[in-house]
Ligand binder design. Structure first.
Ligand code: TYD
Length: 193
């Protein structure tokens, strides 16, 4: 099984990923918890600190994913449940929202990014999308270093793109505006974990 966790910064993905891993392992399952961006080609995360064109970012994140997918596929074939903290929907939502003006619509932007992804694609069985208001998400990660996207108006656009994608990419949407405990309870009961 392949599960991805998506949401804007501070949505709780990383905590939920760890909780899912612990739960599956307590049931005797093998779990491979991983994340994007990776450090496979180079430290891809560092590109968030540079002033780069969104196309450049889209290609770099996609390239990182092509290499990451080799690892993911191998783990799946070895019987692991793979949980990925950010995956292709992060590129669709983050780079999509940055490119939307150039393409003129969300549909056309998504169509373009999907074309780059399609030849190498492996879609998750489940995409868990944690929906949070940017102000609440940002408060949660106040102590962490601010990255380029961690600004309210940009995150609002990213969230809007996620919500657009949620209708066409079959997300499981969870409200992450309240505490982590109730979010976890919702996920547990919905997914029968
Ligand atoms: P990170 O600190 O890992 O964020 P988080 O802990 O919230 O997951 O940094 C990842 C940043 O990279 C985040 O701001 C989103 C961005 N990103 C993209 O813009 N596109 C992508 O395809 C991926 C994987 C990440």
């Amino acid at each position: 099984m392949f599960v991805s966790l998506e949401g804007i910064d501070g949505s709780g993905k990383t905590s939920i990923g760890k909780m899912m891993k612990e739960l599956y392992e307590s049931k005797g399952k093998k779990v491979y918890l991983t994340e994007e961006p990776t450090r496979i080609i180079f430290d891809t995360k560092s590109i968030m600190e540079k002033d780069l064109d969104p196309f450049t970012r889209a290609f770099i994140f996609m390239a990182d994913r092509v290499e990451h997918l080799k690892v993911i596929k191998e783990k799946i074939s070895q019987g692991f449940i793979v949980i990925c903290d950010r995956y292709v929907d992060s590129t669709f939502a983050y780079q999509g929202s940055a490119l939307e003006k150039r393409f003129g619509s969300k549909d056309r932007t998504y169509e373009y990014l999907l074309k780059i992804y399609e030849p190498v694609s492996l879609d998750p069985d489940i995409v868990i999308y944690l929906d949070v208001e940017p102000e609440i998400g940002l408060k949660r990660i106040e102590s962490r270093k601010r990255e380029i996207f961690e600004k309210i108006s940009e995150l609002e656009n990213v969230r809007e793109f996620y919500l657009y994608l949620s209708k066409i990419r079959n997300y499981r949407i969870y409200d992450s505006n309240k505490d982590l405990k109730s979010l976890w309870q919702n996920i547990l009961s919905d997914l029968n974990l």
